[in-house]
Design a protein around this ligand. Structure first.
Ligand code: AMP
Ligand code: MN
Ligand code: MN
Ligand code: MN
Length: 288
């Protein structure tokens, strides 16, 4: 059975390859009912996704985001749900994050040139289609120029964390990322906890205290054992088990399609109730 809920999806507003309307069409055709658009450092795709979804009365879009943060334990991504898109201060912070990513992207491109792997910055920008600049855009430009055979190879050799041209983003504490989302009135959830964070249990107490409300338990390729461990942590820290496919439409071998993995309706009900008026305005009584 496929999932009805997918709370982790990317569009061309960041490193996804489908525009919001293209993604919405795919989501509706996949039989999904409740989805969150969660682009990196941007909510620019949400309005057009909501607009496109008016064609599909069975599909509801939850405004979301994914912020990248840097705890001592590694990298932690914080998802935010039921955001207020018109929050001027929040949008200002996102614009700053995106500007920081642009200078970091340019630095990586400069470093690649010194390594004898030249790519055009203009091409990276074109591939980003006006959305948040991310490493996958650089990887795509490298594949196009024939410097590497695959997207994965670009990460392994050059732009992954141990790669020759890797440059860090400006560091952001996960507690701050959580507060930014909470100040907006959104609900902060830790993305793919087993993926980038070592010593998860060292991190959880402080991020829970900062306002984290959920953990991504149902994710892409997590095994049943991983899911069970994360579910246990949800119980221990009173966190809502969330999840989604983290779909980017990159067509890489490890990608899973939207609707293949997601949280149960019970989790969405808990999120809706925590989101108060905004939750009810978006989801109604969930009988759709
Ligand atoms: P950035 O936010 O610019 O640092 O890029 C992070 C994005 O790159 C993630 O959201 C993933 O979509 C992708 N990514 C990160 N590491 C890898 C990897 N090793 N292989 C493929 N994609 C990756
Ligand atoms: Mn991504
Ligand atoms: Mn992520
Ligand atoms: Mn993601």
């Amino acid at each position: 059975m496929s999932a009805l809920i997918d709370l982790h999806l990317h569009t061309t507003a960041s490193d996804g390859r489908l525009t919001p309307p293209e993604l919405v069409k795919l989501l509706a055709e996949s039989g999904l009912k409740y989805v969150a658009i969660t682009d990196h450092d941007s909510t620019e795709g949400v309005a057009s996704a909501i607009d496109a979804a008016t064609l599909y009365p069975g599909l509801t879009i939850i405004p979301g985001i994914e912020l990248s943060a840097d705890p001592p334990q590694g990298e932690a991504h914080i998802l935010g749900y039921f955001l207020d898109l018109d929050d001027y201060d929040f949008q200002g912070v996102l614009a700053e994050f995106r500007a920081g990513r642009e200078s970091r992207g340019r630095e990586m491109v400069d470093r690649l040139a010194t390594l004898g792997v030249p790519i055009e910055w203009d091409r990276v920008e074109e591939l980003a289609k006006g959305g948040t600049i991310t490493r996958p855009h650089i990887a795509l430009a490298m594949v196009e120029r024939g410097h590497v055979a695959t997207f994965q190879e670009a990460f392994e050799k050059y732009i992954g964390q141990t790669g020759l041209a890797y440059i860090q983003r400006e560091k952001l504490a996960p507690e701050i990322a959580i507060e930014l989302i909470a100040d907006n009135g959104g609900l902060p959830v830790l993305a793919h906890p087993a993926r980038y964070v070592s010593n998860l249990e060292g991190l959880l107490p402080s991020i829970r205290k900062a306002g984290l409300v959920g953990l991504e338990v149902y994710y892409k390729d997590y095994t049943e054992t991983e899911q069970a461990e994360l579910l246990e942590l949800c119980g221990q820290y009173d966190l809502i088990p969330c999840g989604g496919s983290d779909y980017h439409a990159l067509k890489t071998p490890e990608e899973v399609d939207p609707g293949l993995v997601g949280p149960p309706l019970e989790s969405l009900l808990r999120l809706r109730d925590m989101a108060g008026d905004r939750g009810r305005a978006t989801l109604g009584d969930l009988n759709g």
